[in-house]
Write a protein that binds this ligand. Structure first.
Ligand code: ATP
Ligand code: MG
Length: 425
């Protein structure tokens, strides 16, 4: 898709205010309004994805190979799926199984790909458009907006992007819990549900953590559902540059009230996200990862922000908080459980603070030089302290981040940076 590249609202000049120019659709923003944003770590711009499948430089759509497997040959997980998606991915006594084309091309001997091909019946490929995370693919031509988060055992940014059975199951369990909690009554909270998971069962020879993999079906209609038509803007697209029109103002400059850009941004974006993060952590022990790629802003037709929509439910889980709250384990498995606050610091101090809010603030400071970074941080620190007075019981006194060293599975270890928190007290 080449949305309004080079097109102008009649009468508008280059660089004119966006209020006279339509906001591009989500699929365009996902791929092309993300320039200059992946500078937050030395790995952020790294990708082993073949160029043709990369969201920014590759094809805007491609074919996703698909098989039909007997249902009893796979593990299936559900979190209240919409009937239309259930009918499509779990027809009768079968289950669809999708595989990223780079896996079929470059990992042909993978045992679960071999099992898919051996047990499955090849059916016509699905037409998909890659989202900003590379491995989450928007399915085209379906009346029910949805995406597939697929196994991609190649590194993008810091991580290899596997979709192991344990990870699939955990995302579905987390989605069900978040759906029930649903922001604890905060009307600005919404999220994208993971509604179906399909994965190969563990093989008898696998004595390790279980490398069997599958995929997730993500409902792209924000939950809770609202009747009216609203549009979604990824967090990074608020401050990212346009790939084809790099001199365009970042969206935040046009969306924020020019008379009070600080107040607008705090009220409409930053403080609600802090409320959601703290609320989810306190209620469920779930550590949301609200960096610029994991949050979307939901706008009504007048471009007023209605809700902040969280996506990507592979959350860390602070088991200490769940015990303190008396929340049972329910359907959760051992994946991503923590007994300390290190990952909470990485998610809040670095992902939310460093990888998102810092960039957003700087986009506004470039335009409004009287603003300083502390104008944004101070109210955020105060709000965090108010919402989470006993945070010292759970979170460390300094910011933690990834270390370069990795564990035996290639997962990065963590380190104490020694820096004091900037976006919390
Ligand atoms: N502006 C951005 N900020 C952060 N990550 C970005 C940005 N643009 C693209 N990305 C990519 O998005 C991914 C972020 O990792 P993360 O674990 O949140 O997502 P994921 O689990 O792969 O997919 P999804 O968010 O679709 O569930 C990485 O692959 C990263 O390179
Ligand atoms: Mg993500």
């Amino acid at each position: 898709m080449r949305w309004p590249v080079g097109t102008r609202t009649p009468g508008a000049n280059h660089g004119s205010r966006l209020s006279t120019r339509p906001i591009p659709p989500l699929e365009y923003l996902e791929r092309y309004r993300n320039e200059g944003t992946r500078t937050y770590s030395r790995h952020a711009a790294y990708s082993e994805c073949r160029p043709e499948y990369q969201p920014t430089i590759g094809a805007s759509e491609f074919d996703l190979p698909c098989w039909e497997l007997p249902r009893d040959a796979v593990q299936v997980y559900r979190a209240d799926p919409p009937p239309a998606l259930e009918a499509r991915y779990l027809p009768a006594d079968r289950a669809l199984f999708v595989v990223h084309p780079q896996v079929t091309a470059d990992a042909g001997s993978d045992p679960w790909l071999v099992r898919t091909v051996t047990l499955g019946r090849s059916i016509p490929a699905l037409r998909v458009s890659p989202g900003s995370s590379t491995r989450t693919l928007f399915v085209l031509g379906d009346a029910h907006d949805h995406a597939l988060k697929v196994h991609f055992p190649f590194r993008v940014s810091r991580y290899g992007r596997r979709m192991r059975n344990e990870v699939v199951a955990q995302a579905i369990a987390a989605s069900a819990e978040i759906q029930e909690w649903c922001g604890g009554g905060d009307p600005t909270f919404a999220f994208l549900r993971e509604v179906i998971g399909v994965a190969h069962p563990r093989s008898e020879s696998d004595t390790g953590r279980g490398e069997n993999w599958g995929y997730l079906v993500r409902d792209l209609r924000p939950y809770p559902r609202v009747g009216e038509d609203r549009s979604l803007v990824p967090g990074f697209a608020l401050y990212g540059r346009d790939r084809f029109e790099p001199t365009l103002d970042p969206l935040i400059v046009d969306l924020a009230d020019a008379g009070d850009p600080l107040g607008w941004t705090l009220h409409n974006v930053m403080l609600p996200i802090i409320r959601h993060w703290v609320g989810c952590y306190r209620s469920l022990g779930f550590i949301l990862e609200p960096h610029g790629q994991n949050v979307l802003v939901e706008l009504d037709r007048e471009r007023a922000v209605q809700r902040l929509v969280h996506r990507d439910l592979s959350v860390g889980i602070d088991m200490r908080r769940r015990r303190d709250q008396g929340v049972p384990d329910g359907a959760l498995n051992p994946y991503n459980r923590f007994e300390n606050g290190i990952f909470a610091s990485i998610a809040y101090d670095r992902f939310l603070g460093g990888h998102f809010f810092g960039y957003l603030a700087r986009a506004l400071m470039d335009r409004h030089p009287r603003l300083s970074i502390d104008d944004f941080r101070r109210p955020c620190r105060e709000a965090f302290g108010r919402l989470f007075p006993d945070h010292d019981r759970y979170m460390p006194r300094s910011q933690h981040y990834f270390a370069e060293a990795r564990d035996t599975h290639g997962k990065p270890l963590h380190r104490d940076t020694g820096e004091p928190p900037a976006w919390r007290p």
